[in-house]
Every structure is written in structure tokens, then in C-alpha cells.
Design a protein around this ligand. Structure first.
Ligand SMILES: C[S@@+](CC[C@H](N)C(=O)[O-])C[C@H]1O[C@@H](n2cnc3c(N)ncnc32)[C@H](O)[C@@H]1O
Length: 258
């Protein structure tokens, strides 16, 4: 029987005996995530914060067997979907965890231990009452910077122009911010599900490969102290209709940290 092809994901589904287990628990709050124990080896480490259905992790896991990948996602069906698809491909270098990716990067990762952090299409949260849930903030930017090794890569992508601007103006202080032109070579059709949807809608996609700046920790903290909170207006019309403009800052530019 020819291998089953699954159009939403790269790779092929193996016969059942080749499937692997790709779910992992995060354990107790605040406890460090032990990559070496989870994967049984020491390898390059790639983390996807809010990985959705896991399309990028599977793509990268298949293409880069030398890297270990962890995706953290809040929505259980997405975690189940990604882990099933990764397991059906026999991947041993990809794990999916249900949980809060912000807590993960802020509390559970050893400083300087990651090679890549990816954040694709974070939820813009158009409703003003939910903006505290936005994944990019001064706190998480500092955590991503601290978790990466020197020269480590932060890949950020969004189809929301205001989110893109917030990221550039703030993350650009901790990373050498390198916007990319055009689609990814490894996935011209889109690395993630949301990228594919956005492309289908004809939206502009902002892709950035940012390299961690070699700052002293005190300097990184000083820069973060001057950053804006992410209270930008992600969709001016809908946002205003739900409770007025966010306080402080210029148009859509957010508020400085107190
Ligand atoms: C627009 S979707 C993008 C999903 C995927 N990255 C993609 O590009 O297709 C945003 C995802 O982030 C997840 N998310 C939002 N906040 C999160 C958090 N604090 N921790 C983990 N996942 C989060 C949502 O559940 C959702 O799956």
C-alpha cells in the first residue's frame, strides 16, 4: 500500500508500528524543562511559542533531524492534532506540550540554552479587555533574549501591521532585526497554518529572522525598562468600539512600562 499523504502537513504517514509518542507534560509550575532528559540526547534546541497545529514543527523536525523541537500551545485540540501528525511521521525530535508559552519561556528555560525561538502569528487580541494575553511584551522579549544562546535566532512572523510595528520598535532593541522579503524557501506555500490562511486572504506577511544581540544582562534589562507595553491598537475600528483608545503612547504605539 502506498504511504498515505496528508495534504495539510509535510511528510508521509508511516505504518502504525512506526508511530512515535510526541506529547510531553510541562510538569510543575516553575520547574525547568529538561530537554536532554525528554529527548535522550544533547542537540540543538528549537522552541515554537503558540505552535497552533504544529505544522512548522513537523516541517522543521523532518528537515532537521539534528535539532530537537518543542511546541507549547494553549488549545488542547491543536496540541492533539500536532502531536498525532508528528507521531504518525515517526518523529523523535518533536514534542508538543499543552500550556502557557509565556510562562514556559519566562520560567522554565535555562538561560542561554536555546538555539532558536519561533513565534508565528501571535493572536492579536482585538478586544481591548484581552490585550494582556498578547504573547509579545517587554517581559517575554527579555525572556526570549535570555533563553537564547549568543547569536541565537528569534523568528517572528505576523500578518497584523500594528503587531509588526510593535515588534520592530521593541524587539529591535534586543535583536538584530532582519526582515525577510518573500516566502520561506523551505515552505513557499507557508510554514504555518495561519500563514497559509493569511496568504489565501492576500494579507501582507511580515517575516523576521532576528539575531540575539550580545548585550550584557544589565544593558538588556535597561533597554527592556524603556519598552512599550503591547497595548497597541491591533484593529483600530473594532478596538475603539469596545472601549476607547488604549491609554498613553502615540497612535497605536503602546505605553511605556511604569
Ligand atoms: C493565530 S494562532 C497561530 C498559530 C500558529 N503559530 C500558526 O501560525 O498557525 C495563535 C496561536 O497562539 C496560541 N496562543 C495564544 N496565547 C498563547 C499562550 N500564552 N501560550 C500558548 N499558546 C498561545 C493560540 O491558542 C493559537 O493557537
Amino acid at each position: 500500500m502506498p504511504p498515505e499523504v496528508d495534504p495539510d502537513y509535510p511528510g508521509v504517514v508511516l505504518p502504525r508500528e512506526g508511530w512515535t509518542r510526541t506529547r510531553v507534560g510541562l510538569g510543575d509550575p516553575g520547574v525547568r524543562f529538561d530537554f536532554d532528559a525528554v529527548f535522550g540526547r544533547r542537540a540543538r534546541r528549537v522552541v515554537d511559542l503558540g505552535c497552533g497545529n504544529g505544522r512548522y514543527l513537523i516541517l522543521s523536525g523532518l528537515a532537521r533531524p539534528e535539532c530537537d523541537h518543542v511546541g507549547v500551545e494553549l488549545v488542547p485540540p491543536a496540541v492533539r492534532m500536532g502531536s498525532l501528525r508528528a507521531g504518525q511521521r515517526g518523529l523523535t525530535n518533536v514534542k508538543f506540550a499543552w500550556g502557557d508559552a509565556s510562562e514556559f519561556i519566562c520560567e522554565r528555560v535555562e538561560p542561554g540554552s536555546l538555539d532558536e525561538v519561533h513565534l508565528y502569528h501571535p493572536q492579536p487580541y482585538y478586544d481591548r479587555s484581552k490585550i494582556l494575553r498578547r504573547q509579545l511584551s517587554p517581559r517575554t522579549l527579555l525572556a526570549i533574549w535570555a533563553a537564547l544562546r549568543d547569536g541565537g535566532l528569534f523568528v517572528f512572523q505576523t500578518d497584523n501591521p500594528e503587531y509588526a510595528r510593535y515588534a520592530r520598535e521593541n524587539a529591535g532593541q534586543l535583536f538584530d532585526w532582519r526582515p525577510r522579503k518573500g516566502p520561506w524557501e523551505d515552505a513557499p506555500e507557508g510554514r504555518t497554518q495561519r500563514e497559509q490562511v493569511a496568504r489565501g486572504q492576500g494579507l501582507e506577511i511580515f517575516r523576521v529572522e532576528a539575531v540575539r544581540l550580545p548585550l550584557a544582562e544589565a544593558e538588556a534589562r535597561r533597554r527592556v525598562a524603556g519598552m512599550m507595553e503591547p497595548d497597541f491598537d491591533a484593529n483600530k475600528k473594532g478596538f475603539e468600539g469596545r472601549g476607547g483608545r488604549p491609554g498613553g503612547g502615540g497612535r497605536g504605539r503602546g505605553r511605556r512600562r511604569a
